[in-house]
Write a protein that binds this ligand. Structure first.
Ligand code: SRM
Ligand code: SF4
Length: 559
């Protein structure tokens, strides 16, 4: 079991938090500061929020001897990334009223709003609650938003597989009513009732040692990057029947510069689960193993990837089987061939239509070229489409009847979304960038504000070598935490300092191989020079159908 002698500070905060309540109510009332009390800053994450400040304005604020401009980022819990048109309409208005207005689609298939002032947090969550949405457990040391292959066209039984995202999200919800009390003004429970109702067999009083992430992949598409998650399920479908899931455990992306004990890791396939009952039991028990064996003294080493390394994969599996009371069946064959979104119009087996719009870095806003926000609101108001988010940060307008397609198409055209999506280059469309500046406190370099510009500079190089239709996966993060899953990209840029990145090469196109550092701490000029010569060689020497990542590996640009 984990070492309880040297618990990290966060462990103590959780234990004494009275079911994640802490002093959040008092912190919220304090009008002298835009910030929360220190311990509450850790606790508020479990409620789906982060305290942040505008990093672009730190110097100016400090020069004026003002407190930093604190605000909150709210992240929704949307299992499988599906909301209705009514919910999109509500989200649109809440974003406009309380946040910067930009609706950010995240790499985990949900939505974040930024720049919410302290006094606006409660109205924001109340608005979401009215719309049937919440942010419970979207952050914090618990099971986070459960992601699932996004495209209903992937499989005729997509709905059946997608339903697992909701079930697993429910299974991982903490029992505490703190969220309802603090943000939605629910009457506090009496101590006796509270003790009974909030007894939490899964999370107990310390929750998990660290965040926990679950993904459900639907082969042949691995848009969820199943091997990058703490726990993955790979759906095994035969003759349009769901046979069960391969269970993957121990993936994760985050690392820390200069700390060799931290590293990205791909999950291991432990075996096959052939019934819903077994899936739910196995997921539950994987979480309990992590709860009991995860490192609670060093948060840098507390993810399940380190737990499984420490225990050994076979021992982990034995412990899991013991806790489950059944053995895992042998892994079933599966094959991934892509991670890309299916852009444009597609029809599913029932004749319903889906339109996937390319939303660069997941930022839904109106600009001079394309008016996403206006268009999506207009579409939502028709009530003729649902909204689905992809783990590539794009948006699918879904479940559209044949008779309504024309109307939706006309709105998409009116606001230039079809043209924008059709004309975006292959690399751009498959790229991912994390938030980074100006809100992420951990960013060392830009990501979502810079990758689009860098790609504009890469595009002439790709064209020069006839690679403009080659959808090489390019991902950028502002620091090594890996929020854009850059370690499973063919080209990964990982921020090291302002304007500088480690250049990683050699990942594959399906998220089943980690890349490696090719050049350290390079600036834009060096990046473009390197890419120019790498694209040149690749275009001339690659085998037919060989991808950039596979080529980089074969010619040993990285080990
Ligand atoms: Fe992340 C922390 C944004 C997906 C690994 N991540 C953060 C914070 C909250 C910074 C912080 O701790 O104060 C970032 C907020 C930035 C902002 O201003 O919004 C942040 N992470 C994001 C998002 C929004 C990136 C995006 O542009 O889409 C993604 C939100 C996902 C969601 O909806 O839940 C996001 N983060 C990821 C992923 C990708 C994934 O899960 O598929 C990873 C890598 C996978 C993994 O967890 O290993 C990831 N985020 C991290 C880490 C490193 C964790 C680790 O094990 O070392 C941190 C830092 C931490 O937890 O200490 C972090
Ligand atoms: Fe922030 Fe780093 Fe995550 Fe980017 S990768 S959002 S910079 S924590």
């Amino acid at each position: 079991m984990s070492d309880t002698n040297k618990l990290s500070g966060t462990e103590h905060i959780k234990m004494k938090s009275d079911g994640l309540r802490g002093t959040l109510k008092e912190s919220l009332k304090d009008q002298l500061t835009g910030a929360l009390r220190e311990d509450d800053q850790a606790l508020v994450k479990f409620h789906g929020m982060y305290q942040q400040d505008d990093r672009d304005r730190r110097e100016e604020r400090s020069a004026k001897k003002l407190e930093w401009l604190y605000s909150y980022m709210v992240r929704l819990r949307i299992p499988g990334g599906f909301i209705t048109s009514e919910q999109w309409e509500a989200l649109h208005h809440i974003a406009g009223r309380h946040s910067t207005g930009v609706i950010k689609i995240t790499t985990r298939q949900t939505i974040q709003l930024h720049g919410i002032l302290k006094s606006h947090v409660k109205p924001t969550l109340q608005g979401f609650n009215t719309a049937g949405l919440d942010s419970i457990s979207a952050c914090g040391d618990v099971n986070r938003n459960v992601i699932c292959g996004a495209h209903p066209e992937f499989s005729p039984i997509h709905e059946e597989i997608f339903a697992y995202a909701g079930k697993l999200s429910k299974l991982g919800l903490p029992r505490t009513r703190a969220y309802y009390e603090i943000w939605l003004d629910e009457k506090p429970l009496t101590p006796q009732v509270k003790a009974e109702q909030e007894k939490d067999p899964l999370y107990q009083d310390r929750y998990l040692p660290r965040k926990f992430k679950i993904a459900i992949a639907i082969p042949p598409n691995n848009d969820v990057d199943v091997f990058a998650n703490d726990l993955g399920l790979i759906a095994i479908v035969e003759n349009n029947k769901l046979k069960g899931f391969n269970l993957v455990v121990g993936g994760g992306q985050g690392a820390t510069h200069g700390n060799p004990n931290t590293y990205p890791r791909l999950g291991d396939v432990l075996g096959f689960l052939d019934s819903e009952e077994k899936v739910l039991k196995a997921v539950y028990e994987v979480i309990t193993i992590q709860r009991d064996y995860g490192n609670r003294s060093d948060r840098k080493l507390s993810r399940i990837k380190y737990t499984i390394e420490r225990m050994g994969v076979e021992n982990f599996k034995k412990e899991l089987e013991k806790r489950c009371g059944f053995e895992l069946l042998p892994e079933q064959p599966y094959k991934f061939d892509s991670r890309s979104d299916l852009f444009g119009w597609h029809k599913n087996h029932e004749g319903k239509w889906y339109y996937t719009a390319f939303v660069e870095a997941g930022r839904v806003l109106d600009d001079e070229n394309v008016a996403f926000k206006t268009a999506f609101l207009e579409i939502a108001k028709t009530r003729k489409a649902n909204f689905r988010f992809t783990c590539n940060q794009n948006l699918i307008l879904s479940d559209i009847e044949e008779k309504d397609k024309k109307e939706i198409d006309a709105i998409l055209r009116k606001y230039n979304i079809i043209d924008h999506t059709d004309k975006a280059g292959a690399v751009r469309k498959d790229s991912i960038a994390c938030v980074a500046y100006n809100t992420c406190p951990l960013a060392l370099a830009e990501a979502q504000r810079y990758l689009p510009t860098l790609i504009t500079k890469m595009e002439p190089l790709l064209s020069k070598y006839g690679l403009e239709d080659d959808n090489i996966s390019v991902r950028m993060t502002g620091c090594p935490n890996g929020c854009g899953r850059p370690y499973v990209a063919e080209i990964g840029f990982i921020g090291t300092g302002y304007g500088r990145y480690n250049l990683h090469l050699g990942g594959d196109r399906i998220g089943a191989r980690l890349n490696k550092i090719y050049k350290e701490n390079v600036d834009e000029e060096a990046i473009l020079q390197e890419l120019d010569s790498l694209f040149n060689v690749y275009s001339k020497e690659k085998n037919k159908k060989e991808t950039f990542g596979d080529f980089a590996k074969r010619v040993k640009w990285v080990d």
